[in-house]
Design a protein around this ligand. Structure first.
Ligand code: 5GP
Ligand code: ZN
Length: 114
């Protein structure tokens, strides 16, 4: 947990380009953007993955959706649309073990897997 990259970003030990912050949620630009706009939205609380979400986290995860809505409006991509992705575990391609929502926008996004 202590060597979690995103916990270090929350604590300010690793710099990030923040786009939104409140007491429970942080959003910042992905260091390796996969689209013209690629924002990561995370709970400040360390939750390793979607597998570790607990019932008490339901309000927090619900809130993240409205945070994404706010960011989309503020950053000006809500009308054109965007894609939200959560990778979970090995087969899901998750590399950072701290729950995060990828928000991709700014282009016609490619092939849909689902
Ligand atoms: P995952 O593959 O776990 O779903 O996504 C992890 C994402 O975190 C990747 O898109 C990667 O580029 C991003 N990332 C990893 N380390 C850092 C970092 O130190 N700063 C920022 N801003 N993004 C990071
Ligand atoms: Zn963490």
């Amino acid at each position: 947990m202590n060597d979690c990259v995103f916990c270090k970003i929350v604590k300010g030990e690793i710099p990030s380009q923040k786009v939104y912050e409140d007491e429970e949620v942080l959003a910042f630009h992905d260091i390796q953007p996969a689209a013209p706009i690629h924002i990561l939205v995370i709970p400040k609380k360390h939750i390793a993955s979607l597998n570790e979400v607990e019932k008490d986290d339901q309000a927090l995860l619900g809130k993240i959706h409205t945070v994404i809505q706010t960011i989309a409006k503020e950053q000006g991509f809500s009308d054109n649309g965007f894609r939200v992705i959560i990778n979970c575990g090995k087969d899901g391609g998750q590399e950072v073990a701290h729950l995060h929502f990828h928000v991709l926008a700014g282009m016609q996004l490619g092939e849909k897997i689902v």
